[in-house]
Every structure is written in C-alpha cells, then in structure tokens.
Design a protein around this ligand. Structure first.
Ligand SMILES: [Zn+2]
Length: 210
C-alpha cells in the first residue's frame, strides 16, 4: 500500500499532545523521553488500508507501539468518516488514549497484553472513566483477552478500582511483569502472584464493597 505523507503544523493537536505527554510520563513514571509521532488520517479508506481490514465506524484512532506512532482521524472528518460527533474533550481523550498505549507497551517492553488490561489502563489514563457510564457490577471484561466490541465497557473501571484498592505502583509492576505472558492462564497466574487473589468477576466485585 502506498501513502502520501506530509509534515503538518497543528497547534490544537500539539497542545493536547504536550499535556497528554506530561501526564502520561508522570503516570507511567518514565524517566527517559520518548518521541511519539502523530499521523492525522483524513478518511476511512486510509484507516482501512493501514489496518489492512475493514474497520467499523467507531474506530477513530489506533496506535503502533513498535514505531511509537499513533494514528487519529482528522477532527474535521468525524461526522463524515465515523459515527462520532466531534468535541474537543473527545479529541483530547482519543489522542491521550492512543499515546497511553505507546507508554504502556514501552513499559512492558513487549507487545502482547490481554485486550481488557491494556484498554483499561488507556481508558483510565485518558479520562474516560470520568465520563463513561459506570457499571454497577463487573460481568464481562474478562471475555476480552482478545479485542472485541464491548471491551471498553468495564475495563477502565476495573483498572480504576485496582489502583484505588492497591495503588498505582502495583499496577505498574503488573504491566512490567506481563512481558512474555503468552496466554490467559499465565496472565491469571501472574495476577494472583501480584494481587494475592484469583482474577474473576466475583473477586473484583468484592473490591467494590470495601
Ligand atoms: Zn485502545
């Protein structure tokens, strides 16, 4: 596939980028700096070509941690090329979200994570847990070891709860140790070692009442 690339000045994106970078560097406790490239895409066709598949209309961004690059739909194309209505706050969350994935995988030093886990951390750090509908009980996040629609619903709130009950350091440790984890079983074993209880909805729900 061939793409036409141009360097672009965009004060709005740069402002969001700087703020997100500062907050994420602090959250992930990064000492060194990383250079993240932002690619602005202006249509669905181009998103599909980059993803090498037909993407649903809710997809407005993605990241490639291998090359420290995030891809976001042009804000002027939201109504035409996606099912989202543009707002400044949403764009900020989108950019922060994709950048968070870069930090996450850099911290892990690997590219494999349960989908709910990496999405949960991204949703927590991008501010989505402050605006999304809060589930009363956790029921299905563990179904999303692999990505799927519905993986965003509970995952950010699970991460929020883990941080609230056990602190951020433990979570960062969990992310780092996920390096090399190959499957659900191994991840559950690691989770138990770090958090001291079996990873299931019942136990996570119990944390709500504490
Ligand atoms: Zn994501």
């Amino acid at each position: 596939m061939i793409f036409d690339l141009k360097k672009k000045e965009d004060k709005k994106i740069f402002r969001i980028y700087k703020k997100a970078y500062k907050n994420l560097k602090k959250f992930y406790e990064f000492k060194e700096d990383i250079n993240i490239n932002v690619f602005v895409i202006n249509n669905r066709d181009c998103i599909n070509a980059l993803r090498m598949k037909k993407t649903p209309k809710w997809v407005i961004g993605f990241s490639n941690p291998k090359i420290n690059t995030i891809f976001i739909l042009d804000r002027k194309k939201f109504s035409k090329e996606s099912e989202h209505k543009y707002s400044k706050a949403k764009y900020e969350r989108l950019i922060t979200h994709e950048m968070s994935h870069i930090f996450f995988y850099r911290l892990m030093n690997d590219l494999k994570s349960p989908a709910w886990f990496s999405e949960g951390v991204a949703l927590y750090t991008d501010g989505n847990t402050k605006v999304m509908e809060r589930p009363k009980k956790f029921e299905n996040f563990l179904k999303f070891y692999k990505p799927g629609s519905g993986m965003f619903k509970e995952s950010g709130f699970v991460i929020e709860l883990l941080i609230k009950r056990f602190g951020k350091k433990k979570l960062l440790g969990m992310i780092k140790k996920t390096k090399g984890v190959k499957n659900k079983k191994q991840f559950e074993k690691l989770f138990k070692k770090i958090y001291g209880f079996n990873l299931n909805c019942k136990n996570i729900n119990k944390l709500l009442d504490k």
